[in-house]
Design a protein around this ligand. Structure first.
Ligand SMILES: C[S@@+](CC[C@H](N)C(=O)[O-])C[C@H]1O[C@@H](n2cnc3c(N)ncnc32)[C@H](O)[C@@H]1O
Length: 547
């Protein structure tokens, strides 16, 4: 009996793939998207003559919203006017982020040419266009413009009202962020809008009740606000004071009262505190020189992420989770797991690493340069500096993915895997289940301990049969067990294994199933039992079988 174990989980080298936009609605089936692969935002937007210049106030970020009543008025008005994620996409046609790379400003401008309330809002807060004051006054309520000026959403410039921020609606909240045009100006303290990596981390976040949650590197506050729903309290920290100002504004705009926003480096602002949940989407890019606070790791190669992994456990309660997106270098002569394995040693945590992509340094450098600089004039020098940096350090690939750690006393485990396609549904439950299942299997490490189980297949499992035509009619070519929800794992089976597994319906013990099966196959009982138990163990571990 032989299962094609090499197909479980689905393991293939993955490459980042360019997508049309940073707005997740426009991205399809890409897993751990490279931050900038989704944010093609360089180039000079001003030639379209529609983008407001950045005011001195904006650099300092004078966002200010202190009255809960004003905040409620603002968010109710935006929602009623249709400034929602669904409406912007479906009815207004804002499928993409405004981007000079996509050269979509003319189209977005045309789509919003009819003067009305929603188009006025979209032109200000999505496309980033100044609007004539007199015209705008016709379409928004009288209180809106004074309030938007007062709280820093708009700025008066002669006859125009200019947007100071982008407003980015998601299905739950609305976030003020720097406008996409700021990336063209290479502003180091840019506060990035919610992007597919923000959503990816949010999707994986464990959503059980938490007394105290930390969002380290909060940016607009997207992780903090999402966690506020299932946390008694959230602390949101960021090294960039502008980000903390945006996050504070966003908590107020969304009527969230249990998030404390603090400026500070790494874990410094929360010294001595313990959390049930820590989430972080840190600046993990591996580049020779720090350029943007939001994405550039200032330490050598991947050392910022390593430091966070090493430090996080002392801020976690027992059974608390730390979830972090990261990139790490793969150096010559080392398997990708080897470098990471050292990060987790002695942390007192179990760790699950999902690698989502791997890029060769040249491809990675080119992509970074394209995404983070607006003019090709410096490409040659920059590319040289990137490649010199990688070559001196023997970097042969840059990998990216998600790290999940759980603090647990006892002997800890580390589990590495490659995940090509990330499911679209929330995965917090799946994370908890995966940890619980691994605990169970570790505490049932002998064959005898499993024989009393009555395994049954998850409702998300399907067995697929493929036939090929032959001179004698249709001939079975393959049998594949598939998970159709969560990670779409698959496992090729031989017919005899499929037959054995057909009995796993929760009514018979594994011992009984193996006993009956052993009488049908021509092999020594010990061998049959061992192979059956190994298969069951693997299927339980990856969620095909429930126990
Ligand atoms: C990639 S952004 C993530 C923003 C947001 N959490 C999200 O998921 O979209 C990284 C954030 O980390 C912040 N940051 C950079 N270095 C930091 C440090 N040493 N300590 C705390 N925050 C830092 C940046 O200012 C930026 O806001």
């Amino acid at each position: 009996m032989d299962t094609k174990r090499d197909q479980l989980p689905q393991v293939r080298p993955t490459r980042g793939r360019p997508t049309a936009s940073g707005y997740e609605g426009a991205c399809h089936d890409v897993v751990f998207l490279h931050r900038f692969r989704e944010s093609p935002l360089s180039g000079n937007t001003s030639r379209f003559g529609i983008i407001a210049s950045i005011s001195p106030q904006q650099r300092g970020c004078l966002l200010n919203l202190t009255s809960p009543g004003d905040a409620e008025r603002l968010r109710n008005f935006l929602a009623k006017a249709g400034y929602t994620e669904a409406n912007l996409r479906m009815n207004v046609g804002m499928l993409d982020l405004p981007s000079s790379r996509l050269r979509n400003f003319a189209r977005l401008q045309d789509l919003t040419s009819e003067p009305n309330c929603i188009n006025t809002l979209v032109r200000w807060f999505w496309i980033g266009m100044p609007q004539d004051t007199r015209l705008a006054e016709k379409y928004v309520p009288a209180w809106f413009i004074p309030l938007a000026l007062d709280c820093g959403l708009l700025r008066q410039q002669e006859d125009d009202l200019c947007p100071e921020v982008m407003l980015f609606p998601t299905d739950q909240f609305i976030f003020a962020a720097d406008h996409t045009r700021k990336i063209d100006l290479e502003d180091p303290d840019l506060v990035l809008w919610p992007n597919p990596t923000s959503r990816l981390l949010a999707r994986f976040t464990v959503r059980r009740p938490s007394c105290l949650t930390l969002d380290l590197g909060t940016g607009t506050g997207i992780q903090a606000l999402t966690a506020a729903v299932h946390s008694d309290k959230v602390v949101a920290t960021d090294l960039n004071p502008r980000a903390v100002a945006f996050a504070t504004f966003n908590t107020r705009l969304n009527g969230i009262e249990n998030v404390e926003c603090v400026v500070g480096n790494g874990f410094e602002p929360v010294a001595g505190r313990k959390f049930d949940l820590i989430v972080s989407n840190p600046p993990f890019f591996i580049a020779p020189a720090p350029q943007y606070l939001f994405c550039n790791n200032p330490l050598d190669l991947d050392q910022l992420c390593r430091q966070l992994v090493r430090a996080a456990p002392s801020y976690l309660n027992e059974d608390g989770y730390f979830q972090m997106l990261c990139e790490w270098a793969q150096v010559q002569g080392q398997a990708w797991q080897e470098r990471l394995a050292e990060w987790f040693e002695g942390t007192g945590c179990d760790a699950w690493v999902m690698k989502g992509y791997s890029e060769d340094p040249g491809e990675y450098a080119q992509e970074h340069i394209r995404s983070t600089t607006s003019s090709p004039a410096r490409d040659g020098a920059l590319y040289d500096s990137y490649m010199t940096y990688y070559r001196h350090r023997n970097v042969e690939a840059i990998n990216g993915g998600l790290v999940i750690m759980r603090r647990r006393a006892g002997s800890n485990w580390t589990f590495f895997e490659e995940v090509e396609h990330s499911p679209k549904e929330p995965l917090g439950e799946l994370v908890l289940k995966t940890f619980a299942t691994r605990d169970f299997l570790l505490s049932h490490s002998s064959t005898e301990q499993l024989l009393d189980l009555k395994p049954r297949f998850s409702e998300n499992v399907r067995l697929e049969q493929v036939f090929q035509q032959s001179p004698n009619g249709w001939k079975q070519e393959s049998l594949t067990l598939r998970l159709v929800k969560g990670f779409h794992l698959f496992l090729g089976l031989q017919p005899v294994v499929a037959e054995f597994l057909s009995g796993c319906n929760g009514t018979q013990t594994l011992g009984e199933l193996i006993g009956a099966f052993a009488t049908k196959v021509d092999a020594p009982f010990e061998q049959v039992q061992k192979e059956c138990v190994d298969t069951i163990r693997k299927l339980i571990e990856r969620g095909f079988l429930l126990y």
